[in-house]
Design a protein around this ligand. Structure first.
Ligand SMILES: Cc1cc2nc3c(=O)[nH]c(=O)nc-3n(C[C@H](O)[C@H](O)[C@H](O)COP(=O)(O)O)c2cc1C
Length: 338
C-alpha cells in the first residue's frame, strides 16, 4: 500500500465517500470547450483564503462560468489526508471547477491532479505566485525560469488524468522568455494559458495588456487575460486591447446574474451577498460537503471581505464570530442588513 506521511492510504481518493453524491445534477461543460467557444467566459481567479467553496458558490450565483480553487500545495496534499480534507472542499454544484496546485516537481503535481480528478474539470499549475516563501521553495513564479520543468509537469499531469491541464503565469521583463515558456507548455499539451500581465516584482502597477496580446499571438491554445479586470466594461476594453479569448476576474469583481441582480463588488454588496448566500438554508446550505465542517458555517475567507468596511474594533468582534446566526446578527445590527 502506498502510504501517506500521516499513515493513511495515499491510493484512496480524498472525499471518496462523497464520490457518488458529487455527481453534478446537470452535465458539466468542459472549461476547455467554453474557452474555445465564442462566448465570453467569466472566470473567478484563484485566490488563497478567498476562493474556497463558499466564495465559489457565491460568485457562481452571479454568472461566474468557471471557478478556481485557491492554490493548493501539492506535496502536502499528496502526503496527508488531513491536508486534503482542509484544502479541498467541493459539492455537486461546484462545477466547472479548476483545481490549482503549487508544485515543484512532476510527480507531486501529477499525483495531486489524479487525486482531485474525480471532482474537477481542469487542473492548473501555479507559475505566478510571487511570495517570498514560494520563490524560495521553488513554487509559483520560481517556475517562470524553468520552462522545461513546467513542460514536464504539464505533460505528466496530462498523462495521469483525462482532464485539461493549464498554467497561470506572470510575465517576464523580457517577453521572449514568456513566449518561450508558453510555447513549451503548449507543446507539452497545455490546454490554455492564463496570463497575469504583471512581472513577479509588480504588485499594483497597471497590467501590461500589450504583453498579453503578444502571448495571445504566439500560441494556438486559448489565452486568458488576467489583471485589472473589475467589471463588464473592463472585459470589452481588455478584449479589444489583447484579442484574448476570455477574461478572468479576481478580488471582489462582480459577475452579472441572468436577471437584474448585480453584485457591484463593493464591500457593502459583498456583505449583502454573504448574507444572501448564507441565509435561509439556501446557497451554501447544499447538503453535500466533503469536509467535517458544517457547510453553513461561514469560514475565514469571507470574513476577510469585510476588512475594508469595519472599524478595527468591529473587525475584532466580527472575527470572533463562529456561527452563521452570529454573523447574520452582526450584519443586521451594524449594517441593517436583514
Ligand atoms: C488575496 C489574493 C489571493 C491570491 N491567490 C492566488 C492564488 O492562490 N493563485 C494564483 O494563481 N493567483 C492568486 N492571486 C492572484 C490573482 O489570481 C490574480 O492573478 C490577480 O489578483 C490579478 O490581478 P488584479 O487584482 O489586478 O485583478 C491572488 C490574489 C489575491 C488578491
Amino acid at each position: 500500500m502506498e502510504e501517506n506521511a500521516d499513515g493513511g492510504d495515499a491510493s484512496v481518493v480524498p472525499y471518496g465517500r462523497c464520490a457518488a453524491e458529487l455527481r453534478p445534477t446537470e452535465p458539466v461543460i468542459s472549461p476547455l470547450e467554453l474557452l474555445r467557444s465564442e462566448k465570453v467566459v467569466r472566470i473567478c481567479a484563484p485566490m488563497v483564503r478567498y476562493s474556497k467553496l463558499p466564495f465559489r458558490a457565491l460568485v457562481r450565483r452571479y454568472g461566474c462560468d468557471v471557478a478556481y480553487t485557491p492554490m493548493i500545495v501539492s506535496d502536502s496534499f499528496v502526503q496527508s489526508s488531513k491536508a486534503r480534507d482542509v484544502e479541498f472542499t467541493t459539492n455537486y454544484d461546484d462545477r466547472p471547477l479548476i483545481v490549482q496546485f503549487a508544485a515543484t516537481n512532476s510527480a507531486d503535481f501529477a499525483r495531486a491532479a489524479e487525486l482531485v480528478a474525480p471532482f474537477a474539470d481542469g487542473i492548473d499549475l501555479n507559475c505566478g505566485c510571487p511570495q517570498r516563501w514560494a520563490l524560495a521553495d521553488g513554487y509559483g513564479a520560481a517556475l517562470m525560469k524553468k520552462p522545461e520543468l513546467v513542460a514536464d509537469m504539464v505533460h505528466g499531469a496530462r498523462t495521469r488524468t483525462s482532464l485539461p491541464v493549464s498554467i497561470k503565469i506572470r510575465i517576464h521583463g523580457d517577453l521572449r522568455e514568456t513566449v518561450e515558456l508558453c510555447r513549451r507548455a503548449e507543446s507539452a499539451g497545455c490546454g490554455w494559458i492564463t496570463v497575469h500581465g504583471r512581472t513577479t516584482k509588480q504588485r499594483a502597477e497597471p497590467c501590461n495588456f500589450d504583453a498579453i496580446k503578444i502571448v495571445k499571438e504566439s500560441v494556438n491554445v486559448p489565452v486568458v487575460a488576467n489583471g485589472d479586470i473589475r467589471n463588464e466594461d473592463d472585459i470589452h476594453r481588455v478584449a479589444d486591447m489583447t484579442g484574448v479569448d476570455v477574461k478572468i476576474f479576481s478580488k471582489f469583481s462582480s459577475v452579472q446574474s441572468d436577471g437584474s441582480e448585480r453584485c457591484s463588488g463593493e464591500p457593502s454588496h459583498v456583505l449583502w451577498c454573504l448574507h444572501h448566500s448564507s441565509g435561509g438554508g439556501a446557497g451554501l446550505a447544499g447538503p453535500l460537503t466533503c469536509t467535517r465542517t458544517d457547510p453553513l458555517h461561514i469560514p475565514p475567507p469571507p470574513h476577510t471581505h469585510v476588512e475594508r468596511v469595519h472599524s478595527r474594533v468591529e473587525k475584532r468582534v466580527f472575527n470572533t464570530l463562529t456561527s452563521t446566526p452570529a454573523v447574520l446578527d452582526f450584519l443586521r445590527t451594524h449594517y441593517g442588513i436583514t
